[in-house]
Ligand binder design. Structure first.
Ligand code: NAP
Length: 355
């Protein structure tokens, strides 16, 4: 049962928690690292998250390099993995097409080709906007024939990060189909802190939202009472990823990791603000107005908000019945999302948070 795994993005937020869960379950894991000399620090973090750091090995590599920058010894180690978990990505706003594509598209294709070549399953992490067909059509993705999509036009609409995540998804699907590889995709909603410890990193979108609320930078609610920012806790997300990765019934499947009990934006901001001992904003500001305002030079920085982040706030509801069935099959318990939001505030803003 203790199959070997390979992980890209293991030093990142979701990656740290994935490594902790995998090693706690006894899986030896090889991690692709741009700085393999940082392995001891990563082992320490993984131990702090409840994992077993001694089961981790590092291989030097870079998603932006040909063949992932792996040398022959690295390839041998990766070859032992039953599942390749691909999480590594440039996750930032304001990336150019070239920057985003080099890592997020070419890197994902490199991992897919490796998985297919060595006969390992690929567990790829994409994003929940891929389950929003209306959004995909609106931004110009050709759903009938994705290969005919004008990708630079899509990047211009949604920005470098999201454009590259969409392009990577469709190109990896095409690649794995052509090579006959085994693929499972997990689409996370915006990631909430750990349901027990609240652990989150400052660069995570939810941590940025909490920081804006704490500093009084969010004076209006973006959108309408029907808008929401769907969440999933990091601990439930990695449980779902590991369950899906080793479940033969999940080959060829796409798993939406999203907690449908996430309150709509006014409710979410009320919970976060109360935990921060702050007044929640009450006025609404249409997304179109906010998007327009954010074109004013200097304003995105002043408000600590990027126009690229607004696409994730929406009114679409999602069908999570397949995810619920998968969770039930593997006896995974959905954490209470409201309590997880409160724990996240306590972790992210300990000075302001209510005891
Ligand atoms: N967090 C969310 O809300 C969310 C929601 C939906 C989907 N996702 C997806 O989930 C995945 C993980 O997200 P995260 O929040 O954990 O991101 P993160 O904390 O920013 O971590 C990104 C990881 O990618 C690695 N990486 C970046 N460029 C690389 C390169 N050129 N070569 C090798 N590794 C590279 C980083 O390694 P270094 O330590 O070397 O920088 C880091 O380990 C991403 O694919 C993201 O698109 C995240």
């Amino acid at each position: 049962m203790n199959e070997n795994c390979f992980v890209t993005g293991g030093t990142g937020y979701i990656g740290q928690h994935l490594l902790a869960l995998q090693t706690a379950k006894g899986h030896p894991v090889t991690v692709l690292m741009r700085k393999p000399e940082a392995l001891p620090a990563l082992q320490l973090l993984v131990e702090q998250h409840g994992g077993n750091g001694s089961l981790l090995r590092a291989v030097a590599g870079d998603l932006a390099k040909p063949d992932l920058g792996l040398d022959a010894a690295g390839l041998l180690l990766v070859g032992q993995a039953k599942v390749l978990f691909h999480l590594g990505a440039q996750f930032a706003w304001g990336l150019t097409l070239e920057q985003a594509r080099a890592v997020n598209v070419n890197g994902a294709l490199g991992v897919a080709q490796l998985a297919a070549k060595q006969g390992s399953r690929l567990l790829m992490v994409s994003g929940f906007m891929l389950e929003n067909q209306g959004h995909l059509q609106r931004v110009g993705v050709d759903l009938a024939q994705p290969a005919r999509t004008d990708w630079p036009a899509v990047y211009r609409r949604v920005g470098g990060y999201e454009g590259s995540k969409l392009e990577a998804h469709f190109k990896v699907l095409e690649c794995m189909q052509a090579l006959g590889g085994e693929l499972t995709v997990v689409h996370p909603a915006t990631v909430c802190g750990h349901s027990q410890t609240g652990h989150i990193l400052p660069a995570q979108p939810l941590a940025e939202l909490i920081s804006n609320l704490a500093r009084g930078k969010l004076s209006a609610i973006p959108g309408t009472p029907a808008h929401w920012l769907p969440l999933v806790t990091v601990d439930f997300l990695v449980e779902l990823m590991v369950a899906a990765a080793f479940d033969p019934s999940q080959v060829g499947k796409q798993v939406l990791a999203l907690d449908e009990r996430t309150p709509n934006l006014p409710g979410m901001l009320a919970v976060l603000a109360e935990s921060l001992n702050r007044q929640a904003p009450r006025r609404f500001m249409p997304i179109s107005v906010l998007r327009w305002l954010l074109k004013i030079p200097g304003l995105p920085k002043l408000l600590s908000t990027s126009p690229e982040s607004l696409d994730f706030i929406q009114t679409t509801r999602f069908d999570t019945s397949a995810t619920k069935a998968l969770a039930l099959k593997h006896q995974l318990v959905w954490p209470d999302i409201q309590q997880a939001m409160q724990a996240t505030v306590r972790y992210a803003e300990p000075e302001s948070a209510q005891a």
